[in-house]
Design a protein around this ligand. Structure first.
Ligand code: NDP
Length: 331
C-alpha cells in the first residue's frame, strides 16, 4: 500500500473533498509503465481538480497531479526499463487519468519523456508543466523572429508559475524583461529572476478605447488574458508576437481588437502544453536544461507534501501562490 491524495465528490451536494489515503497497485488505472513518483507540483489546473473539478475530472474518486517526475518501476514497453528516470506532463493525466499526487502512478509510455541530462527529478518538477509551457512560449516567440536586442519582452502574471519561469528563461537568454504583477511586494523576487522592469498590473487592466497605443513590447508571454491581453495587443511593436498560455485574468479579450492584427501585423500564438508531440517535448526539456539558470530556479521553489495540497489548491485558484510548488510525495 502507498499514499495518494484521493479526491471524492458528494453526488448530492456536488462538493469535493480531498484527503491523503492508502491505496494499492491494483487501484491504479491501466497503463504500460508503473512509475515510483518522487515529486509532483501544483499548477492552476491542479487547483481546479483538487477543488470544484471544473469539468476536467471525469470520474471520482480521483488522484490529481498533472505532472510528476520519478523512476520506472515496471514497464511493458520496450522504450523504458526499471530504473529509468522519467518526467511526465500533459495528456490529461491528473484530469481524465490518475496523476502524480501519489507515491506510484501508472501511465502510457507515450506520455513519458526521459529526464534530460542535467536535471534531477526535483529540478524537473521545479520546472514542471508551468516551466515547460514557459519554454514552449519562448520557443514560439523565437520561431516568429524574436531575438535579444529587439526590445523589452513583457511577461504577465509574472510572479506565478509560468510567469516566473518565463522571466528567468528570457532574462537568461539576454532579453530585457518587463514583468507585470499585481503583487508589488514581489518586486525583489522578480528582479532576482532577471526582470529589469516591473509593471503594475492595474496599468494594463483598464480597457482602452484607442484602436492602437504606442509600440512598446518586442514580444509577450501572457498568462492572464482578459482585459490585460486586449490592452497589451495594442502596445506590441510592429510584427511582434504574443504567446498566450493562460487565462488567469479571464477568458474574454476586450477592446478594439482587430486593429493590432491588421495595422501592425501582430501575431497571437496559442500555446498548449497538454498534447505536445514527443519530439517537441524532448526539444523543450533539452532547452530548459540548457537555458534556464538553475540558481534562479531554486528561488522560485516552495516545498510541500501531499497533506499541504488541499490548501495549496485553493490558494493557486486565488492567485496567491508565488513561483513553483514542488511536492515531495514521499515526505
Ligand atoms: P499561477 O496561479 O501560478 O499564476 C497566475 C498569475 O496570474 C498569478 O500569480 C498572478 O500573477 C496573475 N493573476 C492571477 N489572477 C489575475 C487576475 N485576475 N488578473 C490579472 N492577473 C492575475 O498559475 P500558472 O502560472 O501555473 O498558470 C497561469 C495560467 O496558465 C492558468 O490559466 C493556467 O491554467 C494556464 N496554463 C496553461 C498551460 C498551457 O499549456 N497553455 C500550462 C500551464 C498553465 P501576479 O500576482 O504576478 O500578478
Amino acid at each position: 500500500m502507498f499514499n495518494a491524495l484521493l479526491v471524492n465528490k458528494d453526488e448530492d451536494s456536488g462538493k469535493t473533498s480531498a484527503a491523503v489515503t492508502q491505496i494499492g497497485l491494483d487501484d491504479l488505472p491501466h497503463g504500460d509503465v508503473t512509475v515510483s513518483v518522487d515529486y509532483s507540483t501544483v499548477n492552476y489546473k491542479d487547483g481546479l481538480c483538487i477543488g470544484p473539478g471544473a469539468g476536467l475530472v471525469r470520474k471520482y474518486p480521483h488522484v490529481p497531479g498533472i505532472d510528476f517526475a520519478g523512476t520506472v518501476e515496471e514497464s511493458a514497453d520496450a522504450r523504458y526499463k526499471p530504473g529509468d528516470r522519467v518526467v511526465l506532463t500533459g495528456w490529461r493525466v491528473g484530469e481524465a487519468h490518475w496523476g502524480g499526487y501519489a507515491q506510484k502512478a501508472r501511465v502510457n509510455a507515450d506520455w513519458l519523456v526521459p529526464l534530460p541530462e542535467g536535471l534531477d527529478a526535483r529540478a524537473a518538477m521545479a520546472v514542471g508543466t508551468a516551466g515547460l509551457t514557459a519554454m514552449l512560449a519562448v520557443m514560439a516567440l523565437e520561431d516568429h523572429g524574436l531575438q535579444p536586442g529587439h526590445g523589452p519582452v513583457l511577461v504577465t502574471g509574472a510572479a506565478g508559475g509560468v510567469g516566473s519561469v518565463a522571466t528567468a528563461i528570457l532574462a537568461g537568454l539576454g532579453h530585457e524583461v518587463a514583468a507585470v504583477t499585481g503583487r508589488p511586494e514581489q518586486e525583489d523576487y522578480l528582479r532576482g529572476l532577471g526582470a529589469s522592469r516591473i509593471v503594475a498590473r492595474n496599468e494594463l487592466t483598464e480597457v482602452s478605447r484607442k484602436p492602437l497605443e504606442s509600440e512598446m513590447w518586442a514580444g509577450c508571454v501572457d498568462a492572464v488574458a482578459g482585459a490585460m491581453l486586449g490592452r497589451v495587443l495594442k502596445q506590441m511593436k510592429y510584427g511582434a508576437s504574443v504567446a498566450a498560455i493562460g487565462l488567469a485574468g479571464g477568458a474574454a479579450i476586450e477592446g478594439a481588437l482587430i486593429t493590432p492584427f491588421i495595422l501592425r501585423g501582430v501575431n497571437l500564438l496559442g500555446i498548449d502544453s497538454v498534447m505536445q508531440r514527443y519530439d517537441n517535448r524532448v526539444r523543450a526539456w533539452t532547452r530548459i536544461a540548457r537555458d534556464l539558470p538553475m540558481d534562479k530556479l531554486e528561488s522560485m521553489v516552495q516545498p510541500a507534501t501531499l497533506g499541504d495540497l488541499p490548501q495549496l489548491g485553493a490558494d493557486i485558484l486565488k492567485g496567491r501562490v508565488k513561483g513553483r510548488v514542488v511536492v515531495d510525495v514521499n515526505a
